[in-house]
Design a protein around this ligand. Structure first.
Ligand SMILES: CC(C)(COP(=O)(O)OP(=O)(O)OC[C@H]1O[C@@H](n2cnc3c(N)ncnc32)[C@H](O)[C@@H]1OP(=O)(O)O)[C@@H](O)C(=O)NCCC(=O)NCCS
Length: 359
C-alpha cells in the first residue's frame, strides 16, 4: 500500500501573532491569501494575518476549525471547517485549498476526508462548500444553476467528492464613479419611497434602542434570499449575536456602515443594508446583507437603502474605489437594483451541498 502523501493535523488559532506556535497559523493565512491572489489576479481579497486571527476564532455562535496538510516541514494545504452552534446544527461548511505545487496528488481529498470526519463526529449530516469562477469571454452569460458547467478544478473537485450544485451566485463589482451618480439615484428613490420611511445610519455598533429590531432583520436575511436547494433553516439572532458580529468586525479592523429604513408611523425597522471596509485596504468595499422585510416591499426601499449607503460610503471612506457583491442569479429584484447602481458581473460562485451518510 502506498503511504498517504501528507499528514493532516489541526492548527490552533494562537492568542497573538507573536505567541509561541503562531508560525503555522501565519503560514495557513498566507496560503489562503496566495490562493485568492492566484484566483482574482489582484490583492483585493487579501486578509492580513492579524485580521484572520480575529476572523478564524470560534465564537458562541460558530465553531471554527483549521486542518492543515503537512508534507515534512511544509504546510501544503488547508481545510477550514465552520459549524454553526445556535441554529442549523445539522450543517457545516468546508473550504479546501491546496498549494499549486501539491495539487492533483490527493491532498485535497485527504483534507476533505478529515474535515468530513470532524463534522460527522459533531453529528453534522449536511456539508456546504463554495467554489469561485471568473467570467471569461468563453463563459457567456450565466443564467441560473443549470448553466454553470462544472469543468474547472474547484467544480470538478467538489463533484468528485460527492457534492451537488444547489445555487449559483453572481459576483459583481461597482467601480465608484462620480458622486453625482448615486446622489441622483438616491433622490429618485427618495421621491419614489415617499415620506412613510426615514433612513437611520450607524457605523460599528447598532444603537441600543434598535438592536432587537436589527437582530430580526439579520435573522430574516438568513432565509429571505433565494437558497436554491440548500438545506438551511432560519438562523437565530438576538442582541448578543449582533454584538458578537460587531466585536469580530472591530477585531478584524473593519469598518461596518449600516443604513436602515424606519417606518415613521410605527418606528419599526423595515430593512437594512451593510457595507464593510477593511482598514488595511480601504479601496476595496464588500457589500454584505441587504433586506427589506416582507410587508414593506414594493416601496423602493431596497434602492433607497443601497443608494444612501453608497453616498455615505463616499463621505466616510473617500479612499473607496470599488464594491464587490454576491447575489443569487434567481434574485432578479436585487440584481436589477445593483445593475441600476452600476454593478457589472465579473464572475460567479457555486454553492454546493453534500449529505453525509449515517456511518
Ligand atoms: C480544488 C483543489 C482544492 C483540489 O485539490 P487537489 O489536492 O489538487 O485535489 P485532489 O488531488 O484530491 O483531486 C481529487 C479529484 O478532484 C478532481 N480534480 C481536482 N483538480 C482537478 C483539475 N485540475 N482538473 C480536473 N479534475 C480535478 C479530480 O476528479 C481529482 O481526482 P483524480 O486526480 O483522481 O482525477 C485545488 O485545486 C485548489 O486548492 N484550488 C483552489 C481553491 C479551491 O478552488 N477550492 C475548492 C473549494 S471547494
Amino acid at each position: 500500500m502506498t503511504q498517504p502523501p501528507v499528514s493532516i493535523e489541526p492548527i490552533a488559532v494562537p492568542p497573538a501573532l507573536d505567541a509561541p506556535g503562531a508560525a503555522d497559523f501565519i503560514t495557513v493565512a498566507e496560503l489562503l491569501n496566495a490562493q485568492l491572489r492566484e484566483f482574482w489576479g489582484n490583492d483585493d481579497f487579501y486578509g492580513p494575518p492579524q485580521a484572520q486571527l480575529a476572523g478564524r476564532r470560534s465564537t458562541p455562535s460558530r465553531r471554527r476549525e483549521i486542518l492543515a496538510a503537512r508534507a515534512g516541514a511544509d504546510i501544503v494545504g488547508v481545510a477550514l471547517v465552520n459549524l454553526p452552534l445556535t441554529d442549523n446544527l445539522h450543517s457545516g461548511t468546508v473550504n479546501v485549498v491546496v498549494a499549486p505545487s501539491a495539487r492533483r496528488r490527493g491532498v485535497g481529498t485527504q483534507l476533505y476526508a478529515a474535515a468530513e470526519q470532524l463534522a460527522a463526529a459533531d453529528n453534522r449530516r449536511m456539508l456546504m462548500a463554495e467554489t469561485d469562477h471568473l467570467l471569461s469571454d468563453e463563459t457567456g452569460p450565466i443564467a441560473g444553476t443549470a448553466s454553470l458547467v462544472p469543468q474547472d478544478a474547484a467544480a470538478l473537485f467538489a463533484s468528485a467528492l460527492g457534492f451537488s450544485l444547489e445555487l449559483v451566485d453572481r459576483v459583481s463589482r461597482l467601480e465608484l464613479g462620480s458622486p453625482a451618480d448615486d446622489e441622483a439615484v438616491l433622490e429618485q428613490a427618495r421621491a419614489a419611497a415617499g415620506a412613510d420611511y426615514e433612513l437611520v445610519f450607524w457605523s460599528g455598533a447598532c444603537p441600543a434602542d434598535l438592536v432587537d429590531a436589527y437582530a430580526l432583520l439579520r435573522q430574516k436575511m438568513s432565509i429571505d434570499a433565494p437558497m436554491g436547494g440548500l438545506e438551511l433553516a432560519e438562523e437565530a439572532w438576538n442582541e448578543a449575536r449582533v454584538r458578537e458580529s460587531e466585536a469580530q468586525a472591530r477585531d478584524m479592523d473593519a469598518e461596518v456602515l449600516v443604513s436602515a429604513a424606519r417606518k415613521v408611523a410605527t418606528g419599526e425597522l423595515a430593512g437594512h443594508t451593510v457595507l464593510e471596509i477593511f482598514r488595511n485596504n480601504p479601496a476595496v468595499v464588500y457589500q454584505d446583507d441587504t433586506l427589506v422585510l416582507e410587508g414593506h416591499r414594493g416601496n423602493r426601499l431596497g434602492m433607497l437603502l443601497k443608494a444612501a449607503n453608497l453616498v455615505r460610503l463616499r463621505e466616510a471612506v473617500p479612499e473607496a474605489r470599488r464594491v464587490y457583491t454576491w447575489n443569487a442569479e434567481e434574485n432578479r429584484y436585487m440584481l436589477s437594483i445593483n445593475e441600476r447602481l452600476g454593478f457589472r458581473p465579473i464572475g460567479y460562485s457555486g454553492e454546493w451541498q453534500k449529505g453525509l451518510s449515517a456511518e
